[in-house]
Design a protein around this ligand. Structure first.
Ligand code: PAF
Length: 278
């Protein structure tokens, strides 16, 4: 496996390939990222992973400075998973001058849910993903379904810009108790880690209620959302949202739609997100 830090080395290395399959990451990798790398393997003629903690998608009060940078361990894991090339640029390589050209995704998709609680987040994500896909000449790119809204925003961006990239979603990887794997799980104390399963358990309860009660109207769905928020609060979480949405466009769901339940909540100082398709 080759590790490169500059665009010029990246381009030199990629010149022999026609179909890079790319897994963009911010590093601090876990089994979810590695599953994406393994999924990428048969989809291209070279498997590339990018590691870049993207300042543009962090608000000033968020964890950009403390986000774990674990390049050596990440590279060992990537090599074992079959990655061929890692692009790990320094900030000055990605943003040699202030990034004043930015991608502004549409309000109805990007200012709801995560975008509502993290204003500007998807501008940062879209801008860096557009740039990373362009730098790596990706023909296939893989993103985890745990970041459900992110995957949808990126799919739509690539479609509207007619980029020649096939976007592939990877299933959420979970610990045995059901907690979705996330780089931010490392912030949880031992006691919080025990408790963290309550988020996926709450989603399961809502999903189960939707499956068994297929005639729910908007008020019934809204009641389920409020009950789930309340039950998380009672357990000591600070939920941002529990929302039942249409899988197709993340707008409020109605009976008969293919649905997804999405949640974001804080446990202590750690904000976790998760979702379940119904
Ligand atoms: O999901 C992530 O790790 C990041 O948002 C991404 C897609 C690598 C962009 O920085």
């Amino acid at each position: 496996m080759k590790l490169v830090h500059t665009l010029s080395d990246l381009r030199d290395h990629l010149s022999a390939y026609r179909h890079p399959a790319v897994v963009p990451t911010m590093g601090n990798l876990h089994a979810g990222h590695l599953a994406l790398v393994r999924q990428a393997k048969p989809l291209g003629d070279i498997t590339v992973s990018t590691i870049f903690v993207n300042r543009l998608q962090f608000a000033p009060h968020e964890d950009f400075d403390t986000y774990p940078r674990t390049l050596d361990a990440d590279c060992q894991q990537l090599e074992a998973a079959g990655c061929d090339l890692v692009f790990a640029p320094k900030e000055a390589e990605m943003y040699p001058q202030p990034q004043t050209f930015k991608v502004h995704p549409p309000t109805e998709l990007a200012d709801i849910l995560e975008g509502h609680f993290r204003p500007g987040f998807f501008i940062g994500v879209c801008t860096v993903v557009l740039k990373l896909l362009s730098c790596t000449q990706a023909r296939t790119a893989l993103f985890g379904k745990k970041d459900y809204q992110q995957l949808m925003v990126i799919r739509n961006m690539v479609k509207q810009f007619a980029m020649p990239v096939n976007i592939v979603g990877g299933e959420t990887q979970r610990s045995e108790d059901g907690l979705a794997l996330s780089s931010r799980n490392g912030y949880l104390s031992a006691a919080e880690r025990q408790q963290a399963v309550q988020l996926s358990a709450t989603l399961k309860t809502v999903a189960e209620a939707l499956r068994t009660n297929t005639v729910l109207d908007a008020a019934g769905i809204s009641r389920l959302e409020s009950q789930a928020m309340q039950s998380l609060s009672n357990l000591g979480w600070r939920p941002d949202y529990v929302a039942v949405r249409r899988q197709a466009d993340l707008q409020p769901a109605q009976a008969g739609d293919a649905m997804v339940v999405l949640a974001a909540a804080r446990l202590g100082a750690t904000r976790l997100i998760d979702n379940l398709e119904v």
